[in-house]
Design a protein. Structure first.
Length: 254
């Protein structure tokens, strides 16, 4: 595994009124890794994700993705560079079909060329056919192709999580930030999701994963970072982290 970080954030802070949600937190995600981010409830993990992807504006700190500073860039620009985040509660569009959710993710590329000549229109039609084929392949690979024409709102919680990740793949990301992929998902589907993550990782995709399910963290992650009360508490291999007294105390204390 390469040790070059695909994502490096330093001294990130964010307060909401009087609440210091994230305080001087840093993280490194090695390219090609599956890196975990854990911590007790309220530790600041989801806020940190928002700050890394600029869905939230940090008060302080720097974020370097793929050798480029990205703090201050809007989330869609960060996504174009190759870093996409998912949400604890998947943000799929319930009243659209599963396929249309997938195609919307690719729409940016088409939309940019909206004011174009007839010749360009032919190219756009070709691009749309290619996007549809790509969406079919991704949906088939995660077992959602049978539901392609169903409303996304009819999917189970776990299937929505899969759809959100599948949709992220439409833009060929280099890194996906996954917020609790196993939360509220039945055990059989958790195993499926983990299998897909490992397969995409073998194909070169890096992941940063927030997860409370320690079995998932232990089975997936190369490295784990621990946040507590908005601070970095520890960093290490999953087995070292699991027996770190500071980590045990933070969890027991919460
Ligand atoms: P969990 O594991 O329970 O999802 P977390 O580690 O993701 O928790 P955050 O959701 O990031 O923690 O919350 C960190 C702290 O910041 C909490 O005290 C939370 O109440 C506070 N917080 C988060 N977002 C806001 C907001 N928009 N306004 C005010 N306080 C907030």
């Amino acid at each position: 595994m390469s040790v070059v970080p695909i994502l490096k954030a330093e001294n990130i802070s964010k307060s909401f009124g009087g609440i210091q949600a994230v305080s001087n937190a840093s993280i490194e995600v090695p390219a090609g890794s599956i890196t975990g981010l854990i911590g007790p409830n309220g530790a600041g993990k989801t806020t940190f994700f928002g700050l890394l992807s600029n869905f939230l504006k940090p008060d302080r700190g720097t974020v370097i993705f793929d050798d480029k500073p990205i703090h201050g860039k809007p989330p869609h620009a960060i996504a174009k560079l190759g870093m996409i985040r998912t949400f604890q509660v998947p943000r799929v569009l319930s009243r659209l079909s599963v396929m249309d959710n997938m195609l919307l993710a690719a729409q940016d590329q088409v939309g940019e060329r909206f004011w174009s000549t007839w010749f360009e229109s032919a190219k756009i039609a070709q691009q749309e056919r290619e996007n549809r084929e790509k969406a079919r392949q991704i949906l088939a690979s995660v077992g959602l192709i049978r539901m392609a024409d169903d409303f996304a709102g009819s999917l189970s919680g776990g299937q929505r999580k899969l759809l959100e990740i599948a949709r992220a793949l439409m833009s060929d990301p280099k890194l996906i930030l996954l917020d609790e992929p196993a939360a509220g998902v039945n055990p059989a589907l958790i195993e499926d999701i983990c299998g897909h993550i490992q397969r995409w990782n073998r194909e070169g995709l890096s992941f940063l994963i927030i997860e409370h399910n320690m079995d998932v963290i232990m089975s997936l992650c190369d490295r784990v970072w621990v946040l507590a009360e908005g601070h970095n508490l520890a960093e290490g291999s999953p087995s070292d982290i699991q027996k770190d007294p500071r980590v045990l105390e933070a969890y027991l204390g919460s």
